[in-house]
Every structure is written in structure tokens, then in C-alpha cells.
Design a binder for this molecule. Structure first.
Ligand code: ADP
Length: 563
């Protein structure tokens, strides 16, 4: 911009200079001509006077260098010429100034023309004398070009100086014009007050800046929201470029793949070398979607790899890694559970079938029928208990959402259960006692009964002859604590964590002998989970077992799955 302004100013200055110069020369020339004419005319008057008085001798005695004097007779014959030989000169009657002098009333004529004789531009002034002859004076005048040529040196010097001056001035002015524009504060366009002409532009810039800032902040906000969601996702998400290089990876994926946050840009295969993962990636980059169950670092993940394919060309891939370890485990547990159920049911069924077959074949003598029938009854009871426990567990597996929550007094439930078990305890020579205070809490009453019954039943079953079972209920500010303590056989330390597994028994034959199903504590664990309760087991083989369950009094969200 500065260059443009400089050029425009410079050329304008030079143009003005040249035009003024030409005009000045023209005016000077005009002025010079007028002065010359006036001078020449007064000279003519003087010479005419002299010729009238003295004639040719006067002319011969005159000594004027730059003026040519010609005396022409009335018929145009040249009588005298100060420059040329008069006798050799042509008739001058046709010369304009002489013609005018002869013809005009005042006897004066003048003209300006190139003299063929003198090869120059001349001003001619002629005056008619009393005798009818004409005296003429002429002098060479400077043409504009001639004047210019004679003054060429000073003109050049003046032009050069003017050019330099114009260049310096144009440079300074253009800098001065451009400087405020260069210093504009574009961050705050309205704060600039240099030029009024720039105001509409600055206002528009200000509006656009506001718009840009608003759009930028909206974009940033959206990006932050997206980043927060992606980073806090439980599932791993990886976006790959078309060569398998990581474009974006969230925190969960970093943790799953054991990668550093600076792995962005690296190839996914250099970050984790799992073969299944590699296959998923290459499938997706080849344009095929894949869904695989992959083991990474001891956990099980479902990897869904999808090609990113806006048109026909695959531009990259998106990997979604979902932790399905728990799901896999529960699937495994369910498979084992089904196998165990079949196995557990088969044993009493075989016994019942065997005894019934003997009775049917009439091989049992009259006195043995009753013990056989008792055996069948015992096995059938065991099966009923097993089936009931299985049904209870499957209900718990389905979730507690449909079960009826209500406020109940745990002490009352325990008191009733202990009473129900007095007979069973007495049959085993075990004393069962209860000590508790009223403790109301949100609960599913029949699950609470299951918990209390199973714990007390175990405490009696796995007790010693003459042993005791003591049950307490404590009402705390926010919780209710159930404690079942026995003086029984205890549980070895290494198996204390496993007794809550389905069908796990410390001593299988003893459990069967006392009518156990291996599901009691499993039901306790699931029912406690439904109530958000914490179980604490302390046991010492030979001394006894204490199981403590801490229940919260209030559960805000009661739709809880037990599995
Ligand atoms: P079961 O029907 O066999 O009693 P449970 O799930 O109730 O099954 O208990 C699992 C195992 O834990 C039992 O087989 C038993 O070996 C052990 N157990 C449970 N409660 C006690 C206890 N109070 N004292 C000693 N062992 C116990």
C-alpha cells in the first residue's frame, strides 16, 4: 500500500512540475515577445524619424547589432538592408508587414514568420514614410524550444532537484499515511480513531471478531464436552488413521492397552501386540467390521472394530473396547451352576430310584420297608430344599426390582427365626439364643428371613455337641448390625473366601450328612448385596464362626440386580 501511495504521489508531483514548467516557459515566451515587440516598435519610430531627416546616410551610420533594418521603396524595391546587399534582394512588396504598412491608414504593419533569407523566426515591424517608402526593422525572437534548449542545463538541475525533493516528500507522506494503518489495534478495532474513513471497516471487523469469538467459544465448549465424555467413558475408544496410526485414544483405552498418553501418532500395533487386536485392526482397515472377544492383561474385552469409510475409500478405523470380564465370569458361573445343579439333583434321584426299584421288585422284607421309605423321604426332602434354594437364587439373579420393599424390624424377623430353629437346635444339642433391640430398616422381608435362617441353620448344623449359637441385632444411627456367632467347627482360613460360592462346601460329606445344599451362604451373599449390606466373616477352626452383616437403614435406589 505504501508503495502505491508513494508512486501515485511521486508521479503526480513530477507531472505537476512538468506542466507548471511548460506553462512557465510559454508565459515567459509570451512576455518576452511582447517586450521585444514594444522595443522594436520604438526603435522603428526613432529610425523612421532619422531616415525622414537624413535618408540613407543615417542608416549607414547606425550601429545596431541585433536589429536588421530594411528600407523599401513604395513599389517594393529594396533601397537598403543592413544585413544583405540590397541590389540583390528580391522585391519586398509582397511581405506582409510592408503590404500592411503601405495599405493601412496608420502606415504601420507587423508580422512574425520564419525568414527564408535568415533561416530563423523573426518579428517584423514596418512604418510608411512620408515619401511612400517603408522602413522596416526586424529582430530574431526566441521560440519556446530555443529558449528551452538555451536553458537546458539549469532546467535539468532544477528538474533533478525537484525529482529528488518529490521522492523524499512522497516517501515521507506515504509513510505518514500508512503508519496509523500499520498501528491499528486489530484486537480491539473500535479503539482506533485515526481515520474516519476506516470506521465502517473497523466496525465490521469488530462485529466479525465478536462472531468469531462466540463461535470459537461454542466450538471449544462442545469439544470440551465431547472430550470429557470420551475421557470418562468406561469403554475404551481408539480412532485410527488409514495406516493404523492412533489419531485419538481415551483414558479407558490407554489403561486397557497399557499405553502412554504420548502414543498418539504411533501405530497401534507398536502400542499393543495382541494378535486378536491386530487382526481386528487389519480387518477394519480392510473395510470389514469385526467383533471379537479378546483377552488383554488378564481381563476379557469385547473389541468392536469398524472401518471409517465416508465413501469407497477406508480412511481409518474406530475401535471400541468393552470390559466383559464380569459378564464372562458370570457366564462361567452360570455354566458351572447348571452342571452342578444337574449333578446335585442326579444323586438324590438315583438314590430314590434305587430304593423305589427294590421296593417295586418285592425284594425288601416287611420290616425293611420303613427304613427304605424313610431314605426315599430324606432324599426327596433334600431335593426339595435344593430346588427351593435354586429357585431362590434364580430369583435373586433376575434382580430385586420386582420384590416388595418395606420397612421391617430385623429383631422381630430374627426372633421368629430363632424360635423356629429351637427344635432343630435342641435335636443337635445346641443352644440358640437371641439378644437384640428394635431395629427398623428398608428391606425385602422374605430375603431377610432367608439370610437369618441360613446363617442360624449353618451355625447349628456345623456346631459341636453342646455348642451354642448367639444372635444379636444392634440398632446404630444409620445402620443395623446382625451378628451370628457359634462355637462350632469353624472354617479353615484359606476357604473362608470361598464358602460364599455356589455349591462350595468345606467338607462335602458332612454337608450332605447334615442336609446342606451348598447354596445357603450363596443366597446370603446375594440377598445381602440386594440390601447393600457388608458381610464380615471371622472363623477359627475348632473354636467357632462369627458372621456379621451391616445393613444400611435406607436405600435410595432399590431396583438393584443381585448378580
Ligand atoms: P451348606 O448347605 O453346605 O451348608 P452353605 O453355602 O450354607 O452350604 O455353606 C457353605 C459351606 O460353608 C458349608 O458346606 C460349610 O462347610 C461351611 N460353613 C457354613 N457355615 C458354617 C459355620 N457356621 N461353621 C462352619 N462351617 C460353615
Amino acid at each position: 500500500m505504501k508503495k502505491h501511495i508513494f508512486r501515485a504521489m511521486f508521479y503526480m508531483a513530477i507531472g505537476i512540475l512538468l506542466v507548471s514548467f511548460a506553462l512557465s516557459i510559454a508565459l515567459l515566451n509570451e512576455h518576452d515577445s511582447a517586450v521585444s515587440r514594444a522595443e522594436l516598435r520604438s526603435e522603428l519610430e526613432l529610425i523612421a524619424e532619422g531616415v525622414q531627416l537624413e535618408g540613407k546616410p543615417y542608416l549607414k551610420n547606425l550601429n545596431i547589432d541585433d536589429t536588421r533594418i530594411t528600407w523599401v521603396a513604395g513599389d517594393g524595391t529594396v533601397r537598403y538592408d543592413s544585413v544583405k546587399n540590397a541590389s540583390r534582394m528580391a522585391n519586398h512588396a509582397d511581405r506582409e508587414e510592408i503590404r500592411r504598412a503601405l495599405q493601412s491608414a496608420n502606415g504601420y504593419g507587423e508580422s512574425t514568420r520564419y525568414s527564408d533569407t535568415m533561416m530563423s523566426r523573426y518579428l517584423y515591424c514596418a512604418k510608411r514614410l512620408d515619401d511612400g517608402s517603408v522602413i522596416r526593422v526586424s529582430r530574431g525572437t526566441n521560440t519556446v524550444l530555443a529558449m528551452t534548449i538555451t536553458m537546458i542545463q539549469p532546467i535539468c538541475i532544477v528538474l533533478l532537484a525537484a525529482t529528488v525533493f518529490a521522492a523524499i516528500l512522497s516517501n515521507r507522506l506515504s509513510r505518514k499515511i500508512v503508519e496509523p494503518i500499520n498501528c491499528l489495534n486489530l484486537e480491539d478495532p473500535l479503539a482506533n480513531e485515526q481515520y474516519d474513513e476506516l470506521a465502517p471497516l473497523l466496525r465490521r471487523m469488530d462485529r466479525q471478531q465478536h462472531q468469531l469469538r462466540r463461535q470459537e467459544s461454542e466450538l471449544n465448549q462442545r469439544q470440551e464436552e465431547l472430550d470429557t465424555i470420551i475421557d470418562n467413558m468406561y469403554e475404551g475408544l481408539v480412532l485410527l488413521g488409514n495406516h493404523g496410526n492412533i489419531v485419538s485414544i481415551n483414558n479407558a483405552a490407554l489403561r486397557i492397552l497399557g499405553a502412554d498418553p504420548d502414543c498418539v501418532g504411533k501405530n497401534i500395533l507398536a502400542v499393543n501386540r495382541n494378535v486378536d487386536l491386530q487382526m481386528s485392526v487389519s480387518d477394519a482397515l480392510g473395510g470389514t467390521e469385526s467383533d471379537k472377544i479378546v483377552r488383554i492383561g488378564g481381563a476379557v474385552y469385547q473389541i468392536t472394530a469398524s472401518p471409517v469409510q465416508p465413501g469407497h475409500e477406508v480412511r481409518g478405523a474406530a475401535l471400541m473396547l468393552i470390559d466383559v470380564t464380569e459378564k464372562e465370569k458370570s457366564e462361567q458361573v452360570r455354566r458351572e451352576f447348571s452342571a452342578n445343579v444337574s449333578h446335585e439333583l442326579r444323586t438324590p434321584l438315583h438314590s430314590i430310584s434305587g430304593y423305589a426299584e427294590l421296593l417295586k421288585s418285592g425284594m425288601v422284607r416287611g420290616g425293611d420297608v420303613q427304613p427304605f421309605a424313610a431314605k426315599i423321604y430324606q432324599e426327596a426332602q433334600r431335593m426339595i430344599r435344593l430346588v427351593e434354594d435354586i429357585i431362590n437364587l434364580s430369583h435373586l439373579d433376575e434382580g430385586a426390582g420386582e420384590m416388595g420393599w418395606a420397612e421391617a424390624d430385623l429383631s422381630e424377623i430374627v426372633r421368629q427365626t430363632v424360635e423356629r430353629l429351637q427344635e432343630t437346635a435342641a435335636a443337635k444339642n445346641v443352644t440358640i439364643s437371641f439378644d437384640g433391640e428394635p431395629a427398623r430398616l428398608d428391606c425385602i422381608a422374605h430375603l431377610m428371613q432367608e439370610i437369618v435362617y441360613n446363617l442360624c441353620d449353618n451355625a447349628i448344623k456345623y456346631n459341636k455337641d453342646g455348642g451354642t449359637v448367639h444372635v444379636t441385632v444392634r440398632n446404630k444411627k444409620e445402620k443395623v448390625i446382625l451378628n451370628v456367632k457359634d462355637t462350632g467347627i469353624g472354617i479353615p482360613e484359606d476357604q473362608q473366601g470361598r464358602v460364599f460360592e455356589r455349591f462350595y462346601r468345606v467338607d462335602k460329606s458332612r454337608s450332605k450328612e447334615v442336609g446342606g445344599t451348598g447354596l445357603g451362604l450363596s443366597i446370603v451373599k446375594h440377598a445381602a448385596l440386594v440390601h447393600r449390606a457388608k458381610i464380615d466373616l471371622k472363623s477359627k477352626p475348632g473354636s467357632g464362626t462369627m458372621i456379621k452383616i451391616v445393613f444400611p437403614k435406607h436405600i435410595p435406589i432399590k431396583n438393584v440386580a443381585a448378580s
